[in-house]
Ligand binder design. Structure first.
Ligand code: NAP
Ligand code: 3JM
Length: 350
């Protein structure tokens, strides 16, 4: 694909669950593309993907593939990013990385445009996209933190299987069908495909996302804890997380409890969230209206509801935060960063 003006863009991991949504976002947002390269492993090289009514051929990710690329969006796993981000930078690209490979590197900005857009100005060729569960939580907390100052966050997540990739979506569908038909339920992917032991996700809830660490938390929980502190530039905010996989295809839900330094009125919390960029307040208990994964699927916003003051802590607030994990949690946040890069003139049109 070659246009007169715009930017030379590559999507790495374009055949995956996140990569597919990146292409959809570039298309929907009418991102100014001069050319688009779709990259994946050698396994899918030669396959076609549809983009703006054209078929684009998938190419193998190699160092040379980044020749002439100005913006490279990565979502093919941490080891692929570690190997190819330096190659892309060497060839002049700015990389927006969706994996955990560079997120905690102090030289790398970790960006949610609604929260810390200025951080991306200091990039050295790579800008990291936070974990899906972190992104939606910090987007909802940002306007409240600015006004009341967060002291402590305790979050429990209810995460969709699509966060674990295309194979996990297929596993939920296959297991559900098999269980309902009274057939053998095959367990091969969740909770962590690379570990030898697997559990059924259909009709279940699994309190493990990613591997366990020595402190008893899982890596997903530690990602939420560390990334939240980095994004807010505040190591003093106390953060604790419990991450759970549930049998939902798209949309992560989170029960977020936050304690503030300053007193708040619920009416102010409500109006701050109503006016926050990228956030939609859905909080109408009388009408049984609150955010739900099915309603958030395929939307780019973060939905917040069930606002209530804690019964014992005078500055404690509970809320329910839902977003499409593949969009704001991954592909949309990455394309939004690319839009900001372009807007801020950090990359020149070719
Ligand atoms: P997925 O559905 O399993 O897709 C994986 C993609 O990576 C496919 O396009 C695959 O290509 C490609 N790939 C695998 N090995 C490769 C290699 N050696 N060289 C080049 N491409 C390779 O997984 P997904 O859910 O889209 O997630 C992909 C990655 O994005 C994850 O590993 C994670 O690091 C990141 N992610 C981030 C978030 C977030 O919260 N921001 C959320 C989910 C995922 P083939 O088709 O050729 O195998
Ligand atoms: C979400 O490196 C890998 O194999 C990818 C593991 C992974 C990650 C990660 O650590 O990048 C799977 C799903 C994430 C993420 O966003 O942190």
């Amino acid at each position: 694909m070659e246009n007169q003006t715009g930017y030379h863009v590559a999507v790495v991991g374009a055949t995956g669950a996140v990569g597919e949504q990146m292409l959809k976002m570039l298309e929907q947002r009418q991102f100014p593309l001069k050319s688009l390269k779709v990259l994946a492993s050698a396994r899918s090289a030669g396959q076609k993907v549809a983009f703006r009514g054209e078929d684009i051929t998938v190419e193998e990710t190699t160092p040379e593939a980044f020749e002439g690329v100005q913006i490279a969006l990565f979502s093919a796993g941490g080891s692929v990013s570690k190997k190819f981000v330096p190659e892309a930078i060497k060839r002049g690209a700015v990389c927006i990385d969706n994996t955990s490979a560079y997120r905690m590197d102090p030289e790398v900005p970790l960006v949610v445009p609604e929260v810390n857009p200025d951080a991306m100005k200091q990039h050295n060729g790579v800008i990291a996209n936070p974990n899906c569960s972190t992104i939606q939580m910090v987007a909802a907390l940002k306007p409240l933190h600015d006004k009341f100052g967060m002291e402590r966050i305790i979050v429990s997540t209810y995460q969709a299987v699509s966060g674990a990739g295309a194979k996990a979506i297929a596993e939920l569908e296959n297991q559900s069908r098999a269980a309902l038909n009274g057939e053998e339920v095959k367990k091969e992917v969740l909770p962590v495909s690379s570990l030898p032991k697997h559990h059924q996700i259909a009709f279940n809830a699994i309190p493990q996302i990613d591997v366990f660490l020595d402190n008893g938390f899982t890596n997903e929980e530690m990602k939420m804890i560390r990334e939240t502190k980095k994004i807010f530039g505040n190591e003093d905010v106390a953060v604790s997380a419990t991450c759970v996989r549930i049998p939902v295809v798209k949309g992560h839900s989170e029960a977020v409890y936050v304690e503030f330094e300053k007193d708040f009125e619920l009416a102010d919390v409500r109006s701050l969230l109503e006016n926050a960029p990228g956030v939609v307040l859905v909080d109408n208990p009388e009408e049984q209206e609150y955010p739900m994964a099915l309603d958030a699927a395929d939307k780019i916003e973060v939905f917040v509801g069930r606002l209530r003051r804690d019964l014992d802590h005078p500055r404690g607030l509970h809320m329910w935060v839902v977003s499409d994990n593949l969009l704001k949690g991954a592909a949309w946040n990455a394309v939004q960063i690319a839009e900001e890069l372009v807007k801020s003139g950090l990359i020149e049109e070719k």
